[in-house]
Design a protein around this ligand. Structure first.
Ligand SMILES: Cc1cc2nc3c(=O)[nH]c(=O)nc-3n(C[C@H](O)[C@H](O)[C@H](O)COP(=O)(O)OP(=O)(O)OC[C@H]3O[C@@H](n4cnc5c(N)ncnc54)[C@H](O)[C@@H]3O)c2cc1C
Length: 421
């Protein structure tokens, strides 16, 4: 069995479920490829509806972004409600607004122990010029009845313990969780509902047969299924033509400090809200397990080096909270997020009985969970609508060069962020 990345999450995780590799030939109603939040929540919903389901993962449940992220459960999509209404219709906006509530409800329903707390998310601004946009966003959600509120600089200092912010807004639908425990808990709930979850089971090929689909699994497994769901997000390989080229697998990096001493713990994020900032290349932070301060942000393409690639993050932490200079950093880790051109996730159905969902742009804890549940419901009953329009698989131009052009874009955005007031 694979070992999970050496993150703070892995160090504080509940034991992984027993997920033996798939060996021999197995036939099911639905095969799900990828055991992250998308795949596991799809499988759970399907099994609850009576389908026979197998989930396979190249490594283990939560191996990908789902077991490594910031654990911030944030509702919404890239676009604000009024734009979403115009582009996709009110049902999509409503879906986007409910993703955090739906995730916390799913966790409660299955009794998943993952430190789930609905203590709010703050979108914090270091820039005076961002505040009008944040106010519009807040007001649009407020008109829809969401528990949201604007914060001025003094309010931000009180809620975050940092004097650096010009303002922000808080969304109390949001909150935090332990992502690896959540992924493992979802896997256990799926197994309890009758799903077979197989680790160390890479899908090596996906082919159409007369009666459905055939997946070659590892070197010794064959999985036959009437229906297939591909849920591989930033870890998408060459399983289906051009799918990999629809997303840029960007690296998000994180650090976690030594446990905070009592005085800092009382000052930093006293309500235990989670925070991300409003810049184009944003950082996100929170208090994590063992009362450690955690901060994350954009990393390099390719494997980040410690401490080199993490220096910017460490400097950002010291600027926000000068007292953290005294604290050693115990954990450094990274994972892949799947970025799309329009900053929205995509659902594809490129062939009969084949569904793919990916591209959460670094905001997938609530979204992937909710989309997976919706896909499961839709596959059980095709009259249950999907919350997002289906799109064609459209590769990004010169995708192979993404480490070059995406790095250039990131540097350009960083420069714009820097010069903004
Ligand atoms: C460092 C980091 C911080 C983040 N912070 C946040 C946050 O705070 N809040 C938030 O909302 N979102 C955050 N995200 C994004 C969020 O984690 C993802 O959007 C979400 O987890 C995506 O879930 P998924 O199931 O679609 O994909 P993943 O969890 O990435 O799962 C994909 C799985 O597919 C498997 N796989 C790939 N190819 C194959 C194959 N051929 N055969 C079998 N298995 C295969 C992989 O092993 C992997 O386990 C963050 C992401 C990262 C990396």
């Amino acid at each position: 069995m694979s070992e999970h990345v050496a993150s703070l999450w892995a160090a504080t995780a509940t034991p992984a479920p027993d997920t033996q590799p798939l060996i021999g030939e197995v036939s099911v109603d639905v095969a799900v490829i990828g055991a992250g939040f998308t795949g596991l929540s799809t499988a759970l919903r399907l099994a609850e509806g009576g389908a026979k389901v197998v989930v396979i993962d190249a490594y283990e449940p939560g191996f990908g972004a789902s077991g490594r992220n910031g654990g911030q459960v944030i509702p919404g999509l890239k676009y604000d409600p009024e734009t979403l209404d115009k582009l996709y219709g009110e049902a999509t906006t409503e879906f986007a607004g409910r993703t955090a509530d739906a995730t916390f409800a799913l966790i409660a329903k299955h009794g998943i122990a993952c430190d789930a707390q609905q203590h709010g998310w703050i979108q914090a601004s270091l820039k005076q010029s961002h505040l009008p946009l944040l106010r519009t966003r807040m007001e649009e959600w407020q008109r829809r009845g969401a528990p949201v509120e604007m914060l001025d600089a003094a309010g931000m200092a009180e809620k975050t313990g940092s004097e650096r912010f010009a303002g922000g807004w808080i969304d109390r639908r949001a909150g935090r969780l332990h992502p690896l425990n959540y992924a493992r808990g979802l896997a256990k709930a799926a197994i309890a509902a009758g799903v077979r979850v197989c680790g160390d089971s890479e899908a090596r090929s996906l082919t159409r047969t007369e009666s459905g689909w055939m997946i070659a699994v590892g070197s010794r497994g064959k999985l036959r299924a009437n229906e297939v769901v591909v849920a591989t997000n930033g870890y998408t390989g060459r399983l289906w033509p051009k799918l990999k080229a629809t997303v840029v697998p960007a690296t998000s990096i994180q650090i976690a400090t030594r446990p905070l001493p009592e005085d800092l713990l009382a000052k930093i994020l006293p309500e235990r809200s989670v925070v991300s900032d409003s810049r184009r290349i944003a950082n996100y932070f929170r208090i994590g397990p063992e009362n450690r301060f955690m901060i994350g942000g954009r990393g390099p393409f390719g494997a980040p080096e410690v401490p080199g690639h993490y220096r910017r993050l460490i400097a950002a932490m010291h600027t926000l909270y000068p007292h953290t200079r005294e604290l050693a950093i115990d954990y450094f880790w990274a994972g892949r997020v799947a970025m799309t051109r329009d900053h929205l996730p995509h659902v594809h159905q490129p062939a009969p009985n084949l569904t793919m969902a990916l591209g959460y742009n670094g905001r997938g804890v609530g979204l992937a969970t909710s989309l997976g549940q919706a896909i499961g419901a839709h596959l059980l009953d095709r009259s249950a609508p999907l919350p997002l329009k289906l799109t064609d698989i459209t590769p990004l131009p010169v995708h192979g060069l993404h480490p070059i052009y995406a790095t250039a874009m990131i540097n350009y955005y960083r420069l714009r962020d820097f010069f903004e007031k």
